[in-house]
Design a protein around this ligand. Sequence first.
Ligand code: ACO
Length: 324
Amino acid sequence: MYTRSEIIGWGHYLPKKIMTNNDLAQIVETSDEWISTRTGIKSRHIVEDETTSDLIFNAAQMALSRAGISAQELDLILVASITPDNTTPSVAAKVSNRLGTVSGTICFDISAACSGFVYGLTMADNMIRLGQIKTALVVGAESLSKIVDWTDRNTCVLFGDGAGAVVLRASEGEGTNADHGILATKLFADGSHYDSLKTTGGVSTTKNAGFVFMDGKEVFKFAVNSLSQAAEDVMNQCGVTSQDIDFLIPHQANIRIISNVGEKLGLPEEKVIVAVDHHGNTSAASIPLALSENIESGRIKKGDLLVLTAMGAGFTWGGALIRF
Ligand code: ACO
């Protein structure tokens, strides 16, 4: 008997307002042609009168409904986000109250930028396998439009808002790759790249959140290598190769990064999930959004072998191998 964390529910939510590249061209000097060819992004969703906790609440409700469980069954709510409603308490605690969890349910947020969901999945998986909890809601959610400088064309064209969630539950496996659930995870970070991708402010420095800043070229190069490394690491842990993989779900930052990673791993295009075209880069939300959308559409099926790989500010990066 071997304890696994199985994905029993999935959910996603996108704010209603869609901003196209042509809409952006009315705000900053840019064009659909520039954004499409450099990034693969055509449109993104932008929050209007909602907050990050509203996005999470909606994604969580869908995930609980797909899992067929109530919020009272959750032992943990873990949210990955760099755009919470308040600096403290956690947005996880805010959502737990709205969902109606029982008193005692563990709630916390983590800050690992675009790798946040993979970090969160790893934390929750470890707690489940240690027997500390049985059922967890893991969410990636962002309102990045609130920390984007809408006069800076270098960054404002890249990001979008949304939330994605999964419900994990302890299940008994055989300890083989045929088990359903999380088969391997691996996390990395290298703080020497702190200044390459960051916000220009923070609570203990400028007393405000600041705006997203990045060295695009450095991030690009690092992203291709680190996303590939994390994917290879989790596949190697389980002795599987690209040929065994049904779908790669990479962080959705840029189509050129995604294609480069797919090629490096030797995966054909049809096995690489792309959502950046209609989501933009939603940081911690990007992987669970893409995952949930593709399960819901029927493209990802029960039993498929999935590799998740993410990279973000810090730099942080990491991967997960999952039998859905
Ligand atoms: N519209 C039109 N022109 C633009 C825009 C825009 N939105 N943004 C920049 N430009 C201009 C620049 O000013 C520059 O003009 P110049 O040559 O006259 O100075 C020209 O386009 C080229 O700019 P570069 O920065 O060299 O463009 P590059 O080919 O590097 O593409 C990009 C920029 C798309 C950001 C690229 O560096 C990239 O993909 N980086 C990866 C980083 C990324 O996706 N980050 C997301 C967050 S990080 C993460 O999620 C992991």
